[in-house]
Design a protein around this ligand. Structure first.
Ligand code: SF4
Length: 357
């Protein structure tokens, strides 16, 4: 399939990406295409309530560290949470109010465990690094200095308990550690998941070797994805029936990916959702876009209505290249309405089903 890899020694364009993009490629190539290549982007489903909780909590914690020292109290955290509450995706006002209370307790309880004088090196800190094939960037929830080392801290708000394997195997945390270390010329090997609902901190300490393995893995994924991107661009720019610039129509009775009828599709929904899932990563079995993706969407257009847009019409070879990976995760996919295989693979989830009631 990937017969267009460059000859050794030939220069190739750096593949710019985030860990979320790489994980999207691994999870489902069709979802990757819808997320990163089809423009305009196909319409997503409505906002997820668990994303609203996750983004609200992250925003409040970031804002808390920006407060002057004397205001870094649990009450301030609760006030920030309340002021920035995102009420999208909930069943009704009562459910939103219930979760606002729970999230308020979450952030105030968490910051009570912190030393407000212990300023992090960075909060919502963007880091970047590059190799010969990849330009990686992303945003770290919090970057601490402990002794002579940096520690990458990632907040988690989902219901699923975390394991050390989550920290060890996280491509994102590993490349953030590498990027932070290179940018600040300071060792960074420890990564931590802070699970707010339980107060548990799961830590993993990388070695140079394990960090190197993660980076090589990122490069391998990037090589695959960038070649697929290139083939997509060639097909779209060639135009005509095999490279049409047209759009599939979203909604019942239209033709969707794989030429299948989208008549099975769920009714068209117009709401502009929060992208991906901070806590869908926790509510669902596989990794989904990161907190940074969620917050980017939050700040850009989470409250903006978008017109209904279907997927780009692509040649069969491109549809095959970006094949779907149907499974239970499809119940949480923002693009399932455009994906007959995904619709068949998993039942529809209600926007508030990811909450840990
Ligand atoms: S519904 Fe499932 S198979 Fe379809 S794009 Fe989404 S994750 Fe992929």
């Amino acid at each position: 399939m990937y017969d267009q890899l460059p000859l050794e020694g030939m220069p190739r364009r750096l593949y710019s990406c985030t860990p979320s993009r790489l994980n999207a490629w691994l999870d489902c190539r069709r979802r990757y295409r819808f997320t990163y290549l089809d423009r305009p982007q196909p319409s997503k489903g409505p906002a997820w309530a668990h994303n609203s909780v996750g983004a609200s909590v992250h925003n409040a914690l970031a804002a808390w560290w920006r407060e002057p020292y004397e205001r870094r109290t649990p009450l301030t955290a609760a006030t920030l949470l309340t002021g920035g509450w995102i009420a999208e995706g909930f069943r009704d006002g009562e459910q939103s109010a219930h979760w606002l209370g729970r999230a308020r307790d979450l952030v105030s309880g968490y910051v009570a465990t912190l030393d407000p004088s212990d300023d992090p090196v960075g909060v919502e800190r963007t880091v970047a690094t590059r190799t010969k094939v990849i330009a990686l960037s992303g945003r770290i929830d919090r970057l601490d200095r402990r002794g002579d080392e940096l520690v990458v801290v990632d907040y988690k708000t989902g219901r699923r308990p975390l394991t050390q394997d989550d920290a060890r195997s996280s491509l994102a945390l590993a490349v953030y550690a590498i990027a932070a270390s290179r940018m600040m010329r300071t060792p960074a090997r420890a990564v931590e998941l802070h699970h707010l609902p339980t107060g548990e901190i799961v830590e993993w300490r990388h070695t140079d070797e394990s960090l190197g393995r993660h980076l090589r893995r990122a490069e391998e994924i990037a090589l695959e994805a960038s070649d697929a991107d290139e083939r997509y661009r060639e097909a779209v720019s060639s135009g005509g029936p095999s490279g049409s610039r047209g759009r599939a129509q979203a909604g019942p009775g239209r033709r969707g990916p794989s030429g299948s009828s989208a008549a099975q599709a769920a009714p068209e929904r117009q709401a502009a959702p929060v992208e991906g899932a901070r806590t869908a990563a926790e509510a669902a079995p596989r990794a989904w876009p990161s907190a940074a993706d969620v917050r980017r969407e939050q700040s850009a257009d989470v409250r903006r209505e978008r017109p209904s847009v279907g997927p780009a019409v692509v040649p069969p070879a491109i549809d095959e290249l970006f094949a779907p990976s149907p499974g239970p995760i499809c119940g949480w996919c923002d693009f399932r309405r455009h994906c007959p295989e995904g619709l068949a693979a998993a039942p529809e989830r209600r926007p508030w089903d990811g909450l840990a009631e």
